[in-house]
Design a protein around this ligand. Sequence first.
Ligand SMILES: [Zn+2]
Length: 260
Amino acid sequence: MDHATADVLYGFGMAKVCVFCGGTPLTKEHVLPRWLKVALDPRVQRHRYIRLSVDAVRHHDAPPLNEQVKVVCSDCNSGWMNQLEENVRYFLPDLIRGNLCTLDAEAQRALAAWSLKTMLMFQHTHPADARGVIPAGDFTSFHETCEPTRSMLGRLGFMNYPPDDAVPLVDTQCQGYSADGVRRTAWITTLKIGCMVVQIIRAPDVAAGKRLAPFDFLPSLRPIWPTNELIEWPLPAAIPYEMMPALAHPDDLDLTIVPA
Ligand SMILES: [Zn+2]
C-alpha cells in the first residue's frame, strides 16, 4: 500500500471552534508536517500510536504523514503554529535521522514547543469520548505563550533508527495522572520519530515561588525544558525500544519541586 497518497482526516467529535483561541473558520492541519518526509526512510513505514489514560488504553496504527485534524482556525494554523514549524525545520531532520548536530538553548526551546504542539494535535486524532488526558485549559495556555509552561518539563532521548518495521518509526503516547485520585491533573506525552524521543511532562500546577527541578543528565536523555546546556547529537547512549513503556507511562511522575 502506498502511504504517500491519501490523507486521513480525523473528524471524531470535530470541534466547532479553534481548540486554541476559539476562532473560526477551522482549517485542516497535518499532525506531522509533510516536510518531514525528507527525514524518513521510505522503507520503514510502521506508525504505532498508542494513547493511554488513567482508566483506558486505546491505540491505532496509521501512516505517519497522512493524518490530519480539523480543530484549529486559519489564523492559528498559518500564524504561530506555522512559525513553530519554521523554528525546528533546520534541525529536526537531523534529530530524526541521528545525524551530527548541536542544539543550543534556543533550538531546545523550539523543539519543546513544537513537540507540545504536535502532541496536542495528536490528541485530536482520537474520538472525543476517548480524549481528556490533556485538558482544554492546557491548549489555551499554550496559545498564550506558544511555549510549555513552568509546570512542565521537557527532555530529549535518543533511540537507534529502526532498521525495519520491527520497531515503529513514529510512536506517540500520552499518559494521564490524577493527583487526588479523581481529576486528571498531570500527564506525560512521548513523541518518538526515528531516533528522536521528546517527552513533555505536565505536573500539577506549581505554586508561586516554587519550580520543578529539571531532569538529571543521562547518557541517553537530556533536559530541553528548562535548559541552558548544549546538546551534542546523537547522544552517547541509545534507549532500547523495549524501554518505551517504562519511559512513556511510569507508575508515578517522580518530580521534585524546589524553591524558585
Ligand atoms: Zn485559533
